[in-house]
Design a protein. Structure first.
Length: 238
């Protein structure tokens, strides 16, 4: 079970350090759950400092470039992240696909390079509301999942775009159906993402093919992030 908090473009260094300090002992209360936070690039180091050397909470970036270095203004490479102590990266988040021209091909390149360099990778897939309404969910998932490499450090996050930051959550049955389909295509663990909060975490995480959650808005508040991780531990112990 993996619970990852995607902080998006929230929390500068000061806030990231304070949050990390508060949750550094959380994994001691959430047996069976790998706890991950994904701060913005500029706050990665502060989060690592707040956690300290002993903490089992891991820090991932929200993106990673496919080259080791080069003329790629605004990008950050896997070796740069590893040098800081960052253990992984999200790739292909729908906000990257929607607003920053990320494609299946760039997602594949980012995932492959990150994994090859030694990072863990959470690769996001998911259909838009229009695609779901026109019955294209499986085609979209097959296309997005189809490009992802096979690797022991790859985790897939199913994030229906219509459920991200909207308060609209996929029903547990919808999540389960999509996760089972993804697992028929790829053998990676699959996280659910899309308005996960303490009130719905238990039932979503309790679905047989849901292996954890990628949490946006509800990961910004330490109390609600802790509550979701505790729900994960309850499911893991069941
Ligand atoms: C996300 O950013 O990956 C996400 C799922 O956001 P939210 O939980 O706010 O819907």
């Amino acid at each position: 079970m993996l619970i990852a908090g995607n902080w998006k473009m929230f929390k500068g260094a000061h806030e990231a350090r304070a949050f990390a300090t508060r949750i550094r002992h959380l994994p001691e209360r959430t047996q069976g759950v790998d706890v991950v936070v994904c701060p913005p690039f500029v706050s990665l180091q502060a989060a690592l400092q707040g956690l300290g050397e002993e903490s089992l909470v891991r820090v991932y970036a929200q993106n990673v470039h496919w080259e080791l270095d080069g003329a790629f203004t605004g990008e950050v490479s896997a070796p740069m992240l590893l040098e800081l102590g960052v253990k992984g990266a999200i790739v292909g988040h729908s906000e990257r696909r929607q607003h920053f021209g990320e494609t299946d091909e760039t997602v594949r390149q980012r995932a492959e390079a990150g994994l090859e360099a030694g990072l863990s990778v959470i690769a996001c897939v998911g259909e838009t509301g229009t695609e779901r309404e026109s019955d294209e969910t499986q085609d979209v998932l097959a296309r997005q999942v189809g490009v992802l490499p096979r690797h022991e450090r790859l985790v897939i996050a199913y994030e229906p775009v219509w459920a991200i930051g909207t308060g609209r959550t996929a029903t547990p049955e919808m999540a389960q159906e999509a996760h089972a389909f993804i697992k028929s295509l790829h053998d990676a663990p699959v996280l659910y993402g899309g308005s996960v909060k303490p009130e719905n975490a238990l039932v979503l995480l309790g679905q047989p093919d849901v292996d954890g959650a990628l949490v946006g808005g509800a990961s910004l508040d330490p109390a609600s992030f802790e509550a979701i991780c505790l729900a994960g531990a309850e499911v893991a112990a069941a």
